[in-house]
Design a protein around this ligand. Structure first.
Ligand code: SF4
Ligand code: SF4
Length: 583
């Protein structure tokens, strides 16, 4: 029997838009007077009977909204751990927390990473593909002989207590009111309030209302609240979102320090440099977005990340991507003639208590420039000065330039239809944006999109405007590893085709490394003063930046991806002595 599943994405299925159940009218099985595709009486969306479906491929190809996937599963996959209703997402297998280790999960968006973690955390009760959730006893039986058997036995017997940090920390202010201090004291079961606040540098925001703190602060509050709960298995779903690089390293060290023989830690993370730094072992997850997800066996972190980039899990004989993701050993300054676009000297601007200065620098046409530095240090203000949105008090600016800006925080509450917003983008630049897979989103409202979908829409919108410089603030947020690298490639192509320049503020070092010809570095004290330095050549800029962070980066020998050296290791010492912090 063919191991086949039929998925109908309810958020995309639009029976009125397709002219009344186009899929049902075209299905060859329906034409034989059988009910293969019917109207679901509850939702009015299309419903597919997997037993009758022959996998002919007509409906997934003809649905104008890309709502249907017919998937022939790898033969080894039998029963799902969990299924979200008929024609819904299927999850096969689970990752395993290990005491004394930080175990990571790496994979694309929409293939069930959060679902897997929520099952382990007891938040989702799995159904083993049935209509009702099953008991822990049934789960123990299902996993007999596997690592997960012991986990669910311990969970059932109360020997495991879990604590879980959700992915969407921006929802926290909707559920909790009051100050950061009152929230953290309320959840503290460990008596370690003071210690955790200090370790996560939260002292300065304790008296602030939870609804008035930044994304990076909210993320650290969520992490603090998770560990203040007395537990022996901790789950962190995307702990680096909203954090700058300095904070990512701080949080990585903190999470690493939690694992001991009595405590297991599991992390979902898309920042590969941070995942590499933080975890001991990694499970790769693969499958098809919105359709099904499978978890690989755990591997040591370095191996897992390299296998992931290669797209082929040799020991499971599973090719999950048709191409390898490769890095250039070092992005050399592109061999194109420098054409000046804008230059500045001795710029100063005061905004309330905050001052930003920029000594001397220039940007050329078609340059992709990465911008790194802490949050709240004047990166956006500086670009607004270049754009003439803010006037400089002192200094010289060669020209005011036209800037198109994608902000860090996106408006997720708008009812505007994506197709309306992207009308110009799709008309003129569809060829550039095709890999962003925007077409299935065009009929949806902005408020209906996931974080990653909204990010892709916002990037395409900003890059389609008329501008000399595109400024993208944190375009990697909410994107998975593959989407990040795809976006980096598109950004470079847009700069070239539109004869414009790109400034990209981001905190994912691999993304910045992959995208940038040059680097600007912002120094200073957040909310007090900031200084823009550069643009430098990559090596020089990274050296400058990494000195402040007291870390060194090397290239992985196999994949060429950047990796943080273990502090005090031979390579760390050697690179510091040679003054090559970015090798
Ligand atoms: Fe129409 Fe596609 Fe929905 Fe079928 S799945 S009813 S073709 S929108
Ligand atoms: Fe019908 Fe299945 Fe063919 Fe779709 S793939 S048209 S459901 S037989």
């Amino acid at each position: 029997m063919t191991n086949r599943i039929a998925i109908v994405r309810k958020d995309r299925c639009n029976p009125v838009g397709c002219g009344e159940y186009l899929c049902a009218r075209l299905c060859p099985v329906n034409m034989q007077q059988k009910d293969c595709i019917t109207k679901d009486p509850l939702t009015s969306k299309a419903k597919i009977d997997e037993k009758l479906c022959t996998g002919c491929g007509v409906c997934p190809n003809r649905c104008p909204f890309d709502a249907i996937s017919i998937v022939n599963l790898p033969a080894a996959l039998d029963k799902p751990i969990h299924r979200f209703g008929m024609n819904g997402f299927h999850l096969y297998s689970l990752p395993t927390p290990i005491f004394g280790k930080v175990v990571g999960i790496l994979g694309r968006n929409g293939i069930g990473k959060s679902t897997a973690v929520k099952i382990l955390a007891g938040i989702i009760k799995p159904n083993l593909g049935k209509d009702e959730s099953v008991s822990y006893d049934e789960l123990v039986q299902f996993f007999k002989g596997h690592e997960a058997q012991r986990f669910f036995e311990s969970l059932r017997d109360g020997k495991i207590v879990v604590s879980y940090k959700p992915q969407q920390v921006d929802l926290i202010p909707k559920n909790y009111k009051g100050t950061v201090e009152s929230l953290l004291k309320k959840v503290d079961e460990t008596g370690k309030f003071k210690e955790i606040v200090e370790k996560l540098s939260l002292g300065a925001v304790l008296k602030r209302d939870i609804s008035h703190i930044s994304g990076g602060e909210l993320q650290r509050v969520a992490i603090a609240a998770t560990v203040l709960k007395k537990a022996n298995v901790y789950f962190f779903d995307e702990p680096s979102s909203y954090l700058d690089i300095k904070q990512r390293i701080l949080v990585s060290k903190f999470i690493q320090s939690l694992a001991n023989e009595d405590t297991a830690v599991m992390v979902i993370e898309h920042d590969l440099v941070i995942l590499d730094y933080m975890t001991d072992l990694v499970h790769i997850m693969y499958g098809e977005e919105g359709a099904f997800g499978v978890v690989s066996l755990p591997k040591t972190t370095r191996t897992a990340i390299n296998v992931y980039l290669s797209g082929y899990i040799k020991d499971e004989n599973m090719r999950f991507r048709d191409h390898e993701i490769s890095f250039i050993a070092r992005r050399e300054f592109r061999d194109v003639e420098f054409r000046p676009l804008v230059s500045w000297e001795g710029i100063k601007k005061t905004l309330g208590d905050f001052t930003v200065i920029a000594n001397k620098g220039e940007i050329g046409v078609q340059e992709s420039i990465g911008i790194v530095g802490e949050n709240g240090i004047g990166k956006t203000s500086f670009v607004k000065i270049l754009a003439g949105i803010l006037d400089e008090e002192e200094g010289m600016l060669s020209d005011k330039i036209k800037v198109s800006y994608k902000p860090q925080y996106l408006d997720s509450e708008s009812d505007q239809i994506v197709g309306e917003l992207l009308k110009d983008a799709m008309k003129h630049f569809d060829h550039l944006f095709r890999p962003l897979e925007l077409h299935p989103l065009l009929t949806q409202k902005l408020s209906e999109l996931s974080g990653g979908e909204l990010q892709r829409v916002a990037i395409a919108h900003a890059l389609s405007k008329d501008a000399d410089i595109f400024l993208l603030d944190e375009p990697s947020a909410y994107l998975d590893v593959e989407q990040r690298l795809l976006v980096a490639k598109i950004i470079r192509e847009v700069a070239e085709e539109r004869d414009a320049s790109v400034l990209v503020v981001d905190h994912d070092l691999m993304f910045v490394d992959y995208l940038s010809d040059k680097l600007m570095v912002f120094d200073g004290v957040p909310a007090k003063h900031g200084e823009a330095k550069g643009p430098f050549k990559m090596q020089e800029g990274m050296n400058h930046f990494l000195t402040k962070l007291n870390i060194t980066l090397r290239r992985d020998k196999e994949s060429n991806r950047p990796r943080i050296n273990k502090p005090g290791s031979r390579l760390d010492r050697e690179q510091k002595q040679e003054g090559k912090l970015y090798a």
